[in-house]
Ligand binder design. Structure first.
Ligand code: NAP
Ligand code: GDD
Length: 347
């Protein structure tokens, strides 16, 4: 019998990589997409199948993680072996602007799925993966962070995800659901949303180099992140659900760079020279001609920011036999290649 998976958040960066991984493993993959006024399926268009095809392996359903009835009915309809909850308002800065919606989607979303598993009596059949985040460590209490490190979220997003983390543990213990938390550190790819910092940097520097953009405006240049590749991290999600016992795992590379270092590495790969002058908010990056191409803008600073994140994924490496295949160089090179492909092929 083929296994069936249901992915909430299939149209996102991770949803698309996870769907590819599961299809390769011969799963039947169902995905939940929300209604939007313009198409939101570009990341999964290449694996889309005609719904009339009786031997389908991939199917999309309308639904919304903030709508209990749609969550419940898609779970009842598909009765999946595995559910991956990747659906979220995933932008930390935006969570300060729309905190209530973020809590509804990111905190209660997980509860809605767990309740539906229980309501439809799927506790023994359906395994559940919750997309947890290093953002829950926020004001870090220990370096590096592992599964035992105390959480201290610094954003409405982080706080909402912390609820989802604990409700997942709670349903695991109370109802014996095979429910797991991945605590994933930042992971990027060519499919990353345009407003996350790595994508913004790579995209802007490529355009600046090609004379299609003049300047890049950013916020906090000194924050440090532990960046991995989304494909590696989605493989870890699948591995987490294949273990004998449900558990929680940190997924990280264990290497950290600042935003400024990420810019410098990207610029070097593009053979661009950037000279930094000034301090703090007034720090600017100048090109060879002395023109400021990188500058801070107060709009990109957050009311609170997580200054440093560095993960210790020893447990995942030992129990899941997981380790990242990509590193910062291969990640940035792939992102640059993708950007250039679009610069040359899009109108
Ligand atoms: P993403 O690209 O922003 O994708 C989020 C997905 O959730 C999209 O498919 C989005 O649909 C969907 N979604 C948003 N609101 C929804 C709603 N109300 N109902 C149904 N679907 C909704 O995020 P990602 O980078 O793939 O991350 C996947 C998950 O991992 C998220 O939960 C994120 O918080 C978490 N996470 C991410 C990272 C990271 O570094 N990427 C690290 C740790 C944890 P649309 O396409 O229509 O917007
Ligand atoms: N987005 C953005 N835009 N971030 C900027 C900018 C800018 O112009 N300038 C500086 N930054 C800084 C942010 O202040 C933050 O410290 C860092 O760059 C990373 O920002 P993001 O790329 O937006 O990611 P994030 O770390 O806040 O959140 C991502 O990773 C989390 C895991 O730790 C998201 O994918 C979350 O969904 C995820 O949970």
């Amino acid at each position: 019998m083929k296994k069936t998976a249901l992915i909430f958040g299939i149209t996102g960066q991770d949803g698309s990589y996870l769907a590819e991984i599961l299809l390769k493993k011969n799963y039947i993959v169902h995905g939940v997409k929300r209604r939007s006024s313009s198409m939101n399926t570009s990341r999964v268009d290449h694996i889309y199948q005609d719904p009339h095809d009786k031997n389908y392996k991939f199917r999309l359903h309308y639904g919304d993680i903030t709508d209990s009835s749609s969550v419940s009915s898609v779970i009842e309809k598909t009765k999946p072996n595995e559910i991956y909850n990747l659906a979220a308002q995933s932008h930390v800065a935006v969570s300060f602007e729309v905190p209530e919606y973020t809590a509804n989607a990111d905190a209660l979303g997980a509860l809605r799925i767990l309740e539906a598993i229980k309501f439809h009596k799927l506790e023994k059949k359906t395994k559940f993966y919750q997309a947890g985040t290093s953002e829950m460590y926020g004001k870090v209490q220990k370096v590096p962070q592992d599964e035992k490190t105390q959480f201290y979220p610094l954003s409405p997003y982080g706080v909402a995800k912390l609820y989802a983390h604990w409700i997942t543990k709670n349903y695991r213990e109370a109802y014996k659901i095979f429910a797991c938390n991945g605590i994933l550190f930042n992971h990027e790819s060519p499919r990353r949303g345009e407003t996350f910092v790595t994508k913004k940097i790579v995209s802007a520097l490529c355009k600046i180099k090609e004379g299609k953009q003049k300047k890049l405006f950013l916020g906090n240049l000194n924050a440090k992140r532990d960046w991995g590749h989304a494909r590696d991290y989605c493989y870890a999600m699948w591995k987490i659900l294949q273990q004998k016992k449900p558990d929680d795992y940190v997924i990280a590379t264990g290497i950290q760079y600042s935003i400024k270092q990420f810019i410098n590495i990207t610029a070097k790969k593009l053979k661009m020279k950037i000279k930094w002058k000034g301090k703090g908010f007034n720090e600017k990056g100048f090109n060879e001609k002395g023109y400021p191409i990188i500058q801070c803008d107060k709009n990109y600073f957050r009311p609170l920011d997580v200054n440093t994140l560095l993960g210790n994924s020893k447990k995942a490496r030992r129990n899941l036999k997981w380790k990242p295949r990509e590193n910062i160089d291969s990640l940035i090179e792939e992102m640059i290649k993708f950007e250039y492909f679009h610069l040359q092929n899009d109108k």
